[in-house]
Design a protein around this ligand. Structure first.
Ligand SMILES: Cc1ncc(COP(=O)(O)O)c(C=O)c1O
Length: 401
């Protein structure tokens, strides 16, 4: 149990707490379930979901690869000591370091025809084999058309393959990612399509197939109850990886998934205090020192579990909206919270590890600090509070000439 209240007595709110032991345990459970079905499984951590260096370094210590989609994330992976062979560079808008990554033997998944042309140009100038993978666009349900990758059977994909082959580039891997279909059936279908695509497009057994991300995470019962069905890691592993074990009996490609949310969401929590409470025309509202920007998009879709650490004996509300510090009307951290609330109460919003700190703008206030509650049960600052200078030093001031 993390002693949030004790931490809040030494550090002013708002702040994040990273649960290191919980993260490691969850990571091991996910990998363990996957490897049991298919030993050549590898986890590649999605930096964009939460690129806190301490978290990325923890993944590295656990043996996971880095999944990056920009030069900024690539540089972070290098800075924390990743070899290029353990960095998977994805995304539709790769930066100038793409060629460096290839030169150093990195894994690269091509998103589109123009990128293939760029890699072909690079291959003409270098000696030695250039290897790449292709991102495929899968039709899992007809209801949504994703913008990423190339459609199976399309002219663009055929042309891409032709261009790569004519530049003597080896296509050694396939990649996909589907974010809006986390159920087990969609994962089963994803595996089938990728195996068929490897048989159709690759000449040899692939070196790797990356299935991308989009699995439900392990989560509290309160949050789970807000989804229709949340499979276990064991269920995902069987449906997703047994087809690979069946198809590849001798030479086994590495099979990646690229979890972000799945591994980190539950293990970052946000601690914030009630500054004031008011009632306007029958609507009760609490005003906090945190914001919905601190919680990430999930708080606009689901009711995040909340712990009230102090319960200062405030009134019991049937429905009170918990509002953030920004001057936006829509800055609502929780709609219609039911429970006791008083000025000075300290609340913990759970499950905010995904797309929170990475998407937080410097809007109105600099960003708050993050601490880790370490495996040794120590509190360690892993991101300091931002300062006025962090926000304004990049601007030119007329008054400074
Ligand atoms: C290519 C790719 N891999 C992995 C992820 C991580 O997804 P999630 O945080 O849902 O696990 C994303 C998210 O957008 C992605 O685009």
């Amino acid at each position: 149990m993390i002693p949030y209240l004790k931490i809040a007595q030494t550090i002013p709110t708002p702040f994040y707490v990273f649960d290191e032991s919980g993260f490691i345990d969850n990571y091991k459970r996910l990998c363990g379930a996957m490897k049991k079905v298919y030993p050549n499984y590898m986890l590649s951590y999605s930096f964009k979901t939460n690129y806190t260096p301490y978290i990325c370094e923890t993944v590295k210590e656990l043996g996971g690869y880095a999944e990056v989609v920009s030069d900024m994330e690539y540089k972070l992976a290098k800075k924390i000591g990743y070899q290029n062979s353990q960095i998977v560079y994805n995304g539709p808008s790769k930066g100038p370091l793409l060629e460096e990554h290839l030169r150093n033997g990195g894994i690269l998944n091509i998103d589109n025809l123009e990128e293939a042309k760029r890699v072909a140009e690079y291959a003409k100038e270098v000696r030695g084999t250039v290897k790449v993978g292709l991102r495929l666009n899968l039709n899992i349900t007809d209801s949504f058309i994703s913008r990423f990758g190339m459609e199976i059977g399309s002219e663009e994909l055929e042309k891409t393959i032709k261009i790569l082959k004519s530049a003597d580039i080896k296509i050694v891997g396939l990649h996909c990612h589907i974010s809006r279909n986390r159920g087990i059936e969609a994962w089963k279908k994803r595996s089938q399509i990728m195996i068929e695509a490897a048989d159709r497009y690759l000449e040899n057994t692939p070196e790797y197939i990356s299935l991308g991300s989009g699995m439900f995470a392990d989560m509290s019962e309160e949050l789970k109850g807000q989804f229709s069905s949340v499979p276990s890691y064991e269920e995902y592993a069987v449906e997703t990886l047994a087809p690979f074990a069946e198809r590849y009996k001798d030479e086994k490609p590495l099979v990646f998934t690229e979890p972000g949310t799945t591994v980190v969401a539950r293990y970052l929590n946000f601690v914030t205090s009630v500054l004031s409470i008011k009632k306007i025309r029958g609507r009760y509202m609490a005003n906090m020192d945190g914001s919905y920007e601190n919680l990430g998009e999930i708080c606009t879709m689901k009711d995040l579990p909340i712990q009230n650490l102090t319960k200062k004996g405030g009134a019991i509300y049937d429905a009170i909206d918990i509002m953030g510090y920004t001057c936006l009307e829509q800055d609502m951290m929780r709609k219609a919270y039911k429970g006791s609330l008083a000025v000075g109460d300290v609340l913990v919003f759970e499950n905010v590890g995904g797309y929170s700190i990475v998407s937080k703008p410097q809007f109105i206030k600099p960003n708050c600090r993050m601490v880790a509650y370490t495996q040794e049960n120590k509190v360690k600052e892993i991101m300091r509070e931002e300062t006025f200078e962090d926000v304004f030093s990049k601007f030119s001031f007329k008054s400074n000439g």
